[in-house]
Design a binder for this molecule. Structure first.
Ligand SMILES: Cc1ncc(COP(=O)(O)O)c(C=O)c1O
Length: 447
């Protein structure tokens, strides 16, 4: 009989050959690597059958559970028809239908879709398109970008230039083209009894001051609407987005909405921008758009932008490309994902799930070691009070390790514990997620 390969065999082989992302590899001397054998619904399983509830949707990508029967069926069907064809000079049904459906979801405001694979590539595209639009329109001096304090837009060199997370950025400082940074509307910045709306208006004033002085040099401002996720689930009031839209119109600056993490229903509406009743000039989508199945990203933009590139002159065109642009399988997974949104009344169900989860986590609201409990749609977060700096610096790792021991995948960001689960949790899983998270939290702060 062939000997079965155990998790520890796979882990040893992985550590020898795979360089894992966003990881100081030496930490794996202490923190366990988990070898996933298979997954179903919100559960990941290792080779010994141990299971982990995927409380963060596998880095915010998975919407309808792992091995979803409807997405699987669509992909199997697509596999026999067309897996991929280059998109320059060719087109195909999945990419056309997806573009049409996304345009319809924006009420035809953003009717042109440009495709790539990862989120960071979509950000690069939006930045380049904005810059190139202004050049084509006769404003070649508009070359600068503005981002928010604590912003995160990906790790490629252009995207990192508009990211403001020191841990990811500082080592590459000399490589990057600096962006201007404005203050974050994070509601946790409230002082002297300010409301979230007051903080939003105060942060918008910072933008106005910059635009008034430098607007003729600025191509675009990029924002993660409603929740700046990677900096630690910093949430802001929709009023901020409304003010940004007004200021961008007034000072002729593009608004880029990076909905890579917050789009696809994550904040309670399909697009986060809908809660502010605005549309950006460019919207970046990725992560959940393929249901968490395949790398797919895209930028949606307006007729006005599209038309500025439409010309007899090849150099006025947007000559950007990636080999897998508009991959047929990935687009088909996205179509299956959008179909589930239509069939299952997902946004309303998510409202119930989030309310239930909040109820189960309620004891944390007035917990002495918890601050800033917050929620927006299917994102719930709180900050652990950990006065000891040494313990604070290891909080996330200790929490992750204890979570895994309790059949749970949660990875705090610093002292921020958050949940961003797939949209398919049943009652038992909602209760289990909250109970496990509370148990792990209590044990980690008591250590
Ligand atoms: C808001 C936002 N933008 C961009 C990215 C980068 O996406 P990717 O990791 O697919 O390059 C992320 C990833 O977490 C993100 O959260």
């Amino acid at each position: 009989m062939k000997p079965t390969t155990t998790s520890s065999d796979w882990i040893a082989r992985s550590l020898r050959s795979v360089w894992h992302p966003c990881t100081q590899m030496q930490h794996h001397e202490e923190v366990p690597l988990i070898a996933v054998s298979h997954a179903k619904g919100p559960w990941l399983y290792d080779h010994e059958g141990r299971r982990y509830l995927d409380g963060i949707s596998s880095w915010w990508v998975n919407l309808f559970g792992h091995a979803n029967p409807r997405i699987n069926a669509a992909l199997k069907d697509q596999l026999d028809k067309l897996e991929h064809a280059m998109l320059a000079g060719f087109t195909h049904e999945p990419v056309i239908e997806l573009s049409e459906q996304l345009a319809a979801l924006t009420g035809q405001q953003l009717g042109h879709a440009f495709y790539a694979s990862d989120g960071a590539s979509a950000v690069e595209i939006a930045l380049k398109m904005s810059f190139h639009y202004w050049r084509n329109a006769g404003y070649a001096g508009k070359q600068e970008f503005v981002c928010l304090q604590g912003s995160y837009h990906g790790e490629t060199v252009g995207a990192l230039g508009v990211t403001d997370v020191a841990l990811f950025k500082d080592a590459y400082g000399p490589l990057l083209r600096a962006a201007r940074t404005v203050s974050s509307p994070d509601a946790r910045n409230a002082v002297d009894g300010e409301s979230a709306q007051d903080v939003a208006l105060r942060a918008a004033k910072d933008v106005e001051a910059l635009f008034a002085e430098q607007g003729d040099k600025i191509a675009a401002i990029i924002v993660e609407p409603l929740v700046q996720c990677a900096t630690g689930m910093a949430m802001h009031d929709p009023l901020y987005l409304q003010r940004l839209r007004e200021l961008c119109d007034k000072y002729h600056v593009h608004l880029i909405a990076d909905e890579i993490a917050v789009g696809c229903g994550r904040t309670g509406t399909f697009f986060a921008c809908e809660q502010a009743a605005i549309w950006p000039d460019f919207m970046c989508l990725s992560k959940g758009i393929s249901g968490g199945y395949l790398p797919l990203s895209l930028v949606l933009t307006t007729d006005k932008v599209y038309e500025a590139f439409y010309s007899e002159d090849i150099t006025r065109g947007f000559l950007h490309s990636h080999s897998y642009t508009g991959n047929a399988l990935a687009c088909r997974a996205a179509l299956a994902t959008l179909q589930i949104f239509r069939d299952d009344d997902v946004l309303n169900k998510n409202r119930e799930t989030a309310t239930r989860l909040m109820l189960e986590l309620a004891p944390l609201l007035d917990h002495k070691r918890v601050t800033n409990f917050r929620q927006r749609g299917m994102i719930l977060a709180f900050d652990a009070v950990e006065p000891d700096t040494q313990r604070a610096s290891t909080f996330a790792r200790r929490f992750f390790t204890s979570a895994v021991e309790n059949e749970l995948l949660l990875r705090p960001i610093g002292r921020t514990v958050y949940m961003m689960p797939p949209y398919v949790l049943d009652e038992e899983e909602i209760v289990g997620l909250a109970a496990r998270a509370r148990k792990v939290f209590e044990s980690v702060i008591a250590e």
